[in-house]
Design a protein around this ligand. Structure first.
Ligand SMILES: Cc1cc2nc3c(=O)[nH]c(=O)nc-3n(C[C@H](O)[C@H](O)[C@H](O)COP(=O)(O)OP(=O)(O)OC[C@H]3O[C@@H](n4cnc5c(N)ncnc54)[C@H](O)[C@@H]3O)c2cc1C
Length: 328
């Protein structure tokens, strides 16, 4: 019998989140060898689906609630839309990227739909068997399997697609949904606007992260990282002691108790490479480490390593980069 799984595609300010695109592709990868499973998507809020061209793997239909009412996240409005979409396609499983929004929405839906909720799934064994999921535990030292009891299942996924996911030949179509006839009064309380902290880029979405650890010495030490991140078009990240010290905001913390990231380039400056930090950068493409201790564990996972003092290496790196960019 044909089974359908639904993937939630999240937008912010009209841009579809890379983590959601990765989730769609990861789900396509997981169901690729399961005949009779189709993938559908639900996108809430105004967004250009042209952005998705060449980015989505596999085949499937995306239902787009291209409605101003969904521009900002409203828990009740979103929950109702996704629950209706589950019914529309008769889906047995619902997948989210592991984001701040999904941590709010997925539990609401699990109550509403009486569905099992499995969060933070990695599916590291490459299988989605319909019954449960795998989750990395003990800072990545072990993989635990969780079983779902209910027939309807909701998963939030942390893992990203493998690099060989085929995009070429992908065929997805978009169906725009009729605007809902509900009024704001049906969805009290309403969010009217969201103000982003100036200058902070979300590390969870960044393709380049320049990250600093305790060895940066002070909040002032991060000025070098800000300068480098600006040159590279990346975001600044931090280890936990840096956040505990109040040098950087918690939104930038990477690790077990921070965010999981998957940039193409991760530059770790004066970060030792503790398991709780490494657990969150497993999906990074290229890892470059700068550390004055040649035995720092970060070098075990780094593709390129520089043994040296960040206060000497970083200004040189910035200078070289400025030179390079000027000559281009
Ligand atoms: C339950 C739990 C959850 C945790 N969650 C997280 C988490 O989410 N994220 C996280 O990061 N950690 C987390 N930790 C903490 C983690 O165990 C480490 O303590 C932390 O990652 C270390 O941060 P660090 O590498 O910045 O500091 P340190 O371990 O102090 O390392 C500093 C590094 O900088 C180098 N250094 C110093 N000065 C210089 C210099 N001038 N130039 C070059 N190199 C220099 C040193 O050689 C050293 O390697 C968690 C711990 C626990 C128990």
């Amino acid at each position: 019998m044909m089974k359908t799984v639904l993937v939630f595609l999240e937008q912010r300010e009209g841009a579809i989140k890379q983590a959601s695109i990765d989730t769609w592709n990861r789900v396509q990868e997981l169901v690729a060898f399961r005949p009779g499973v189709t993938v559908s998507g639900i996108l809430a809020g105004p967004a250009s689906t042209l952005q998705l061209e060449g980015m989505l793997a596999g085949t499937g239909v995306i239902f787009h609630a291209n409605d101003e009412a969904f521009r900002l996240y409203n828990p009740e409005r979103y929950a109702r839309l996704v629950a209706e979409s589950m019914k529309r396609v008769d889906a047995t499983s619902l997948f989210f990227a592991d984001t701040v929004l999904s941590r709010d929405l997925a539990p609401r839906l699990s109550v509403r739909l009486q569905a099992s909720l499995l969060s933070g799934c990695s599916f590291d064994n490459g299988r989605v068997d319909g019954a449960g999921c795998q989750r990395s535990v003990y800072s990545g030292a072990a993989l635990a399997s969780f079983a779902a009891e209910r027939s309807l299942k909701i998963f939030t996924i942390t893992s990203r697609p493998t690099r060989c996911t085929t995009i070429v030949g992908a065929q997805t179509s978009v169906v725009v949904l009729e605007p809902s006839d509900c009024t704001d009064a049906d969805f009290f309380p309403m969010v009217r606007s969201i103000t982003m902290h100036k200058g902070i880029r979300d590390v969870a979405e960044a393709t380049i992260i320049v990250s600093g650890g305790r060895g940066m010495g002070s909040s002032g030490g991060f000025r070098l990282l800000e300068e480098l991140a600006l040159l590279l078009g990346g975001a600044v990240g931090a280890s936990r002691p840096v956040v505990d010290e109040g040098w950087r905001p918690h939104a930038e913390q990477i690790g077990q108790t921070g965010k999981t990231v998957a940039p193409a380039l991760y530059l770790a400056c004066a970060i030792s490479g503790a398991p709780q930090h490494l657990a969150a950068i497993g999906s990074a493409g290229t890892v470059v480490a700068i550390n004055r201790d040649p035995h720092a564990p970060i070098f075990d996972v780094a593709d390129y390593g520089i043994v040296g003092d960040v206060h000497l290496v970083l200004p040189k790196l910035i200078e070289e980069l400025q030179d390079f960019l000027q000559k281009r």
